[in-house]
Design a binder for this molecule. Structure first.
Ligand SMILES: NC(=O)C1=CN([C@@H]2O[C@H](COP(=O)(O)OP(=O)(O)OC[C@H]3O[C@@H](n4cnc5c(N)ncnc54)[C@H](O)[C@@H]3O)[C@@H](O)[C@H]2O)C=CC1
Ligand SMILES: O=C(O)[C@H]1O[C@H](OP(=O)(O)OP(=O)(O)OC[C@H]2O[C@@H](n3ccc(=O)[nH]c3=O)[C@H](O)[C@@H]2O)[C@H](O)[C@@H](O)[C@@H]1O
Length: 455
């Protein structure tokens, strides 16, 4: 069997590397129009940082795993084509700011229709609105010169930073297909690929639309839990309850469960906000404004949490941070990734720069140019002079009035805080946006320390 995956990004790359590793009898090629990205996949420095990924790629690359820009050739050679291109929020026209931008999906469907000389199974790996398979089928049917195509939905549930573990041991693999004999044969063909390492009982099959919708709903439910606990963090700060204790207490209820109850500076990442906005837009399109509003509030609460964190810093530093140096520890949207898409750090840095602070950022994995572009955009302007990126947490804290922990990198737990304190003007403030550090120990050392949801 031959697989081609279109899109060599955070999803396409790791997912295909694991398929190639676990199914050595399958030939897997990942294609992308971005030459630099493909070159990086073929080099010793992969384009994304993901624990364990280097080893997985090295095991199969050149054996049954290939990275290429020859999109048309590889489409033609494949039996199964995964579509793992980006589906960002639309920035223009109808639905701007909410609907998914499906132009990359449509362009891929047209390319397949143009170049294919035999029937294929097309697998939607990208996260897309419900009924997108309908669009793909129509484009293929109108241009396919009589070839037969099956469209499946197979959303990806991996989380960044744990992609390899998640792919090796998924809670479930979801495959949606048509209830026709051809549709079910296609579902079985794809199931047999995953069955190389995923127990059959964890391969869930549904109709196409349930599968497409389940991906949006899974992300909406996960994000909703974070917004729920973050909303409670504000109440904790006002009442002397401790949000971690509340989370532990409610999480012990087996109906609630302990995961995804960590209060934070706000969720980030490329997908939670995008997918909820997509869900909101869908609800509105189907005439369900109450449902749309319900989910919109998850994003609203998250925006508020990010702003609230920056405002708390300003208020605590005697209502002004102008001319003060603020150290930002961690810029990635979570630990163990170099991804900064929608990271809460962007919002916090911008708010502090707007208050005329000098913002000094350290992140172990995110390069300086990426941080500058994320915070300042293309035109650096005056604020660019007050945004400094350094090479260590200690360097960032040197001379800083406050330290703000925005990503829960493990290395922050083992820092010599006495030395950090010695280099800071007093009172030395610390704001832990991840509830990562031992606040009591820091206070004992002499810090004026705050967590999220802690009085
Ligand atoms: N990042 C994540 O952790 C997860 C992402 N997803 C979904 O997976 C999809 C892909 O996400 P990422 O991998 O993060 O995106 P990405 O932006 O990292 O990668 C997408 C790749 O597709 C390529 N591409 C776009 N159009 C193309 C075309 N016509 N021909 C060839 N290549 C083309 C781009 O050059 C890019 O390299 C999105 O729909 C996302 O919502 C789902 C689960 C997890
Ligand atoms: O569709 C996607 O892209 C993926 O989105 C999330 O994965 P990801 O965004 O990589 O990372 P998460 O671990 O879910 O974290 C998202 C954000 O929520 C924050 N978070 C998470 C958990 C928590 O308890 N508290 C909290 O603030 C994280 O710090 C991070 O900023 C989902 O967990 C994946 O299942 C899904 O496949």
């Amino acid at each position: 069997m031959k697989i081609c995956c279109i899109g060599a990004g955070y999803v396409g790359g790791p997912t295909m590397a694991v398929i190639a590793q676990k199914a050595p009898d399958v030939r897997v090629t990942v294609v992308d129009m971005n030459q630099a990205r493909i070159d990086a996949w073929n080099s010793d420095t992969l384009p994304i940082y993901e624990p364990g990924l280097d080893e997985v790629v090295k095991e199969s690359r050149g054996r049954n795993l290939f990275f290429s820009t020859a999109v048309a050739d590889e489409i033609n050679a494949a039996d199964i084509i995964f579509v793992a291109v980006n589906t960002p929020t639309k920035t223009y026209g109808v639905g701007a700011g909410r609907a998914a931008d499906l132009r990359f999906i449509e362009s891929v469907a047209r390319t397949i229709a143009d170049v294919a000389t035999s029937g294929k199974i097309i697998v939607e790996k990208s996260t897309i609105p419900v009924k997108t398979a309908e669009t793909i089928k129509k484009i293929l049917a109108a241009n396919s010169r009589g070839l037969s195509f099956q469209v499946l939905s197979n959303p990806e549930f991996l989380a960044e930073g744990t992609a390899v573990v998640d792919l090796h041991n998924p809670d479930r693999v979801l495959i949606g297909g048509e209830k026709t004999p051809e549709g079910q044969a296609a579902v079985e063909a794809l199931s047999s690929v995953y069955a190389h390492w995923v127990p059959r009982e964890r391969i869930i099959t549904t109709n196409l639309w349930s599968s497409e919708l389940s991906k949006l709903v899974a992300n909406a439910f996960l994000a909703q839990r974070i917004s729920s606990i973050n909303s409670i963090s504000a109440l904790c700060e006002a009442t002397e309850a401790d949000v971690d204790e509340v989370a532990r207490a409610i999480g012990h209820d087996s109906r609630i469960g302990p995961k995804f109850l960590k209060a934070s500076v706000g969720f980030g990442g490329s997908c939670f906000q995008k997918d909820i906005l997509n869900l909101v837009y869908l609800c509105e399109s189907f005439g369900l404004p109450e449902v749309a509003e319900y989910w919109q509030n998850v994003v609203k609460m998250n925006d508020w949490q990010k702003t609230r964190f920056a405002t708390r810093i300003v208020k605590t530093l005697f209502n002004t941070v102008a001319g003060k140096r603020i150290a930002i520890w961690g810029f990635a949207f979570k630990k163990d990734t170099n991804d900064t898409r929608e990271t809460a750090a962007i919002s916090v840095c911008r708010d502090l720069l707007a208050e005329m602070a000098e913002v000094v950022v350290y992140d172990p994995k995110v390069p300086e140019d990426q941080i500058r572009r994320d915070v300042l955009g293309a035109e650096e302007g005056e604020a660019g002079k007050r945004l400094i990126v350094v090479n260590s947490a200690e360097e960032a804290a040197q001379g800083a009035h406050a330290v703000a922990v925005l990503t829960e990198w493990d290395e922050f737990k083992t820092i010599d805080f006495a030395a950090v304190l010695a280099g800071m003007p007093k009172p030395a403030f610390l704001f832990d946006g991840r509830n990562l550090l031992d606040l009591d120990a820091l206070r004992e050392l002499g810090f004026t320390a705050f967590g999220v949801g802690k009085a």
